[in-house]
Write a protein that binds this ligand. Structure first.
Ligand code: UDX
Length: 432
């Protein structure tokens, strides 16, 4: 099939490449000419394991094209995916849909034959209705159909998540579109993905409800971890103990720092905003947002107590600063609050991240990037395991840290407390 992805961010690029790999002809369009020129030279704008190989392979095979020419891409494609960003508006909970509507306007000027227009961007309920209205102001209704097809990719696992999704959600009441899209996703359905056809608004809400539910699970276990710390219980036992109940499920029950990333914080806020506009108060989701916002303060308080309130001039190492492993994404990472706070209190911070130096910390004089674990840890008083990268899991800390009295604060519980004790390392984890 002939597809066009508008927006080559996370969702657009990964889905476009994966659709090409399934044998479709895909044009990835972006208004950012540098991004498109780089992609043509196989320079990938994001860190995502396996993505560069897949881009190369499909670009060379001619199934994948990159372009800035939107009207041409629309003309050549029968299915058009809108994959632009929907960030939170400044100082509000509301999602900023200006990019979605601007794309809808451009699409409306370029439809000459039947097109399926798919909202893959995460958009509040009724956005599909509004996109349809924009396009129908210029195009006859029988020439297009607007469908919601939310994406559930996780950063760092995006390709795997695309190829083996639990489900494909198609929000449309248009039979023709439903049939075409079922065919598009057939290779994934035949490998076990469930195909679920709902109303368009239903599909839009499913995306927000999924992210809000997962954020709730994490927040629930994080709050229980606080309790475990008071009662000398290991949160890992609790996660396993409740997670083995199939009604609860064991995933997304790892206690840690505040959840971050490009989706959970933004989408929980947008869901609350949608509900407020419909005069419905989502007390649970509101509490999750509040609890997650307060989580960083709780962890910072713990750092202060670990260091006996002496922060000034202490050497603190952060291993990993991104919001999770296998991504270079800093969006809403808890390190963005922790590091500036500790820096203001006079700590000397060194950090190492496998994805390199982060511009966000350049303005702090006493925050420095080291390009290897050893240099970052050598003279440290406190080593904070902030992100769960594999390369941190088997470090011989005794060997690399010269300071005899160093302390480890393992915010991802990657080390065994027993092993740390045996090595005489002062160790703190989360909820244990
Ligand atoms: C998420 C959703 O999982 C995905 O379906 C959606 O399309 C986009 O948002 P992503 O943000 O890439 O994906 O990462 P995810 O693995 O879900 O983690 C989000 C945050 O939750 C991270 O900060 C992570 O560290 C945290 N998390 C996750 C936990 O603290 N504990 C867990 O058990 C799982």
């Amino acid at each position: 099939m002939k597809l066009c992805m508008i927006g080559t961010g996370y969702v657009g690029l990964v889905s476009g490449v994966c659709f090409a790999d399934l044998g479709n002809d895909v044009i990835c369009v972006d208004k950012d000419i540098n991004k498109i020129n780089n992609l043509k030279k196989s320079i990938i704008p994001i860190y995502e394991p396996g993505l560069d190989e897949l881009v190369n392979k499909n670009y060379k095979a001619g199934r994948l094209k990159f372009s800035t020419n939107l009207s041409q891409a629309i003309e050549k494609s029968s299915i058009i995916f809108i994959c632009v960003g929907t960030p939170t508006k400044k100082n509000k909970y509301e999602a900023d849909l200006s990019q979605v509507y601007s794309v809808a306007n451009q699409i409306s000027k370029n439809i000459k034959s039947f097109k399926i227009i798919i909202n893959k961007s995460t958009v509040p309920v009724t956005t599909g209705d509004k996109v349809e209205k924009i396009i129908s102001s210029k195009v006859k209704k029988n020439l297009f159909s607007v469908v919601s097809n939310p994406e559930f990719l996780r950063e760092g696992e995006a390709i795997r998540d695309f190829i083996y999704p639990d489900r494909v959600i198609i929000g449309t009441s248009n039979k023709k579109s439903n049939k075409i899209l079922k065919n598009l996703y057939l290779p994934l359905i035949s490998k076990g993905a469930k195909y679920i056809n709902t109303s368009r608004r239903g599909a839009e809400l499913i995306k927000y409800a999924s992210n809000a539910f997962l954020a709730t699970k994490i927040t629930f276990i994080n709050e229980l971890a606080n309790l475990c710390e008071k009662l000398d219980i290991n949160i890992e036992d609790v996660s396993i103990g409740i997670g083995t109940d199939k009604r609860i499920g064991g995933r997304f029950l790892r206690a840690g720092p505040a959840y971050g990333g490009s989706c959970f914080p933004k989408d929980t806020r947008a869901l609350v905003d949608t509900a407020n506009k419909s005069k419905t108060f989502l007390s649970l989701v509101n509490s999750v947002i509040d609890s997650n916002n307060k989580r960083t303060e709780i962890l910072l308080k713990r750092i202060k107590s670990i260091l006996k309130n002496k922060i000034k001039n202490r050497k603190i190492t952060f291993l990993g600063v991104t919001f999770k492993a296998n991504t270079d994404d800093m969006r809403e990472s808890s390190s963005l609050k922790m590091i500036p706070y500790l820096s203001k209190k006079g700590a000397k911070i060194l950090y190492y991240d496998p994805t390199g130096q982060k511009d966000e910390f350049n303005k702090f004089k006493n925050v420095k990037f080291k390009n290897n674990i050893k240099d970052a840890c050598e003279k440290s008083d406190l080593i904070v395991i902030h992100t769960e990268w594999n390369e941190f899991k088997l470090i011989d800390l005794k060997k690399i840290v010269k300071n005899k009295n160093f302390i480890v604060y393992d915010m991802r519980n990657i080390y065994s407390p027993e092993k740390m004790k045996k090595q005489n390392i002062k160790y703190f984890g989360i909820g244990r």
